[in-house]
Ligand binder design. Sequence first.
Ligand code: 13P
Ligand code: SF4
Length: 381
Amino acid sequence: MSGIQDAGPQARPFADFAVLPEAEIRERVRTAKRALGSRLVILGHHYQRESVIEFADFRGDSLKLSQLAALQQQAEFIVFCGVHFMAESADILRRPRQSVILPDLRAGCSMADMAGGEDVEEAWERLVAAHGDTLLPVTYMNSTAELKAFCGARGGVVCTSSNARAVLEWAWERKSRVFFFPDQHLGRNTAFAMGVPLAHMAEWDWRSEDLDGANAPCYEADRRLILWRGFCSVHTKFTKQEVDEARAEDPAVKVLVHPECPFDVVRSADLAGSTEFIIEQVRQAAAGTHWVIGTEINLVRRLALEHPEQRVRSLQKSVCPCVTMNRIDPAHLLWVLENLLEGHLVNVVQVPETVRHYAKVALDRMLSLKGSGTPGPMARD
Ligand code: 13P
Ligand code: SF4
């Protein structure tokens, strides 16, 4: 991970906090928050655990949180309770005197790790050699700042699960082909819902040794979308069989999934959209609605708690947590807040200047798109 500043020598070590009892941590987080006042803003992704999200000043999906990060004027410290690529995006969009802090730097994203800068560059060169100047790169928010800069420098753009449709429309108005990374499923599900047949898509297998042979369809002239073969280790585990079983158990059930789920899961669901979209569907539904939801378990449990008037359960009967999102816990939150109070910035995420400029170009392009906050619901077959 790039641009991470270590805790200074005077900062208090995390080990002092790891051993504290839960109730004391909670009380001290409250006190530290109060003492930091308007110098601090805490942003929390919907997948955060209950004991962390309760301290968030704002909650959101990755699009909303990037918009919120860009809007912060007063706060000196933006503590990001989410994962590393989200904190990096907040750092790119922050104002000069602000710092972005990720309470646990091990909170990465296995999907973002599947697309390395050199591998993407090599793929791009081969694809441009085959297709000429007909390609635009689009990276999912779940990627490193380096890949966002790669896109920004080549006329490309970032997307999130909330705005992938608007971004792909924008991209295809400019070039006839899109190279989309790292999540094959978001790219495929969105493009298919827009009317692009599977036959006009191809996968780029970054693990293949034989890039000329194994990826031959990528070089065919009728391919409009080249998909990096990345996936989310959480959402890829949902299956169509689970959807079928849920419907067999309860014919009235509505199946609501995140577009990082595999193609057949999204096609057999009633609705698919970002975490913000999922929350909105449940919020607006009539009392007595039955839901099975295919996304991270912290969010599903929260929806079940907040909507006792509806029946909400996970599409997967065995629990499916995002390990890295769950690395952020109250002890790490307290550790960074009390160090801030004592003048020590720990776990600052700082994108290098050489990367920042073009990464911001790609993020700003996304944020300026009209209708980019409107999720495109994906219809059932
Ligand atoms: P959202 O764009 O819905 O916030 O999703 C981010 C994510 O990491 C889902 O796995
Ligand atoms: Fe990454 Fe998946 Fe976790 Fe989202 S849920 S942060 S895509 S591993």
